[in-house]
Design a binder for this molecule. Structure first.
Ligand code: DGI
Ligand code: FE
Ligand code: FE
Length: 189
């Protein structure tokens, strides 16, 4: 499948605003891939598919997690987390994506995790800073986007965890592990 075919297929599965977000993530991820020496094609494909099941039925998402033996801790956290691992499954099964690195970038785009690959970081951060996003503090993230990917990732995961704390929401353990690894990396260098 070529890029435009993937785009058309995901467009049919989401409202227009989410499709516009997807295009924004695609453009940002491609740029960051170029800056940080990652495959621009892989970044584009992961970006196009990252939210493919964002609007799928909640019970169906839950069922996929159980049937495909994904981490069942997900079910006791916010349902917003489910579209990421199920998105990776759909990318593989329906869109024929075989590269594990692309599938993992989709799988971990919402929570992050410790020891993320460059592509995973690019998709996680592009999702947060793409041009259609708007929230206080976003300019600082964008200013850092092309300087250092780990600094950008640290700022993004901190923002995400702070946002959840403000809303009294639980934080999925992978996000905490991601944060811990990034804030302690300087001591280990
Ligand atoms: O799908 P997007 O909206 O583009 O972005 P996303 O995949 O990062 O999803 C963001 C949503 O997921 C947002 O509503 C916050 C929620 N979220 C992210 N990490 C966690 C979380 N919710 C909980 N409860 N715990 C988390 O660790
Ligand atoms: Fe998402
Ligand atoms: Fe997204």
């Amino acid at each position: 499948m070529n890029r435009d075919k993937y785009l058309e297929a995901v467009r049919l599965r989401m409202p227009e605003t989410r499709y516009v977000h997807t295009l924004g993530v695609m453009k940002t991820a491609k740029r960051l891939a170029k800056v940080y020496g990652e495959s621009e094609q892989d970044a584009e494909l992961a970006a196009i598919l990252h939210d493919v099941v964002k609007f799928a039925d909640r019970n169906w998402l839950k069922q996929q997690i159980v049937e495909h033996h994904m981490d069942e801790r997900l079910l006791s956290f916010h349902h917003e987390l489910w579209h990421a691992p199920v998105g990776a499954l759909v990318a593989q099964q329906e869109f024929g994506v075989t590269k594990q690195t692309i599938l993992d970038a989709i799988r971990f785009h919402t929570t992050g995790r410790a020891n993320m690959s460059k592509l995973e970081k690019i998709i996680y951060c592009s999702d947060m800073i793409e041009p259609n996003r708007q929230f206080p503090g976003l300019e600082e993230l964008r200013e850092n986007a092309e300087r250092d990917l780990d600094v950008l990732m640290e700022l993004c995961v901190k923002r995400s965890i702070q946002f959840l704390i403000q809303k009294n929401q639980p934080v999925y353990p992978d996000s905490i592990h991601c944060y811990n690894e990034l804030v302690t990396r300087k001591e280990n260098e």
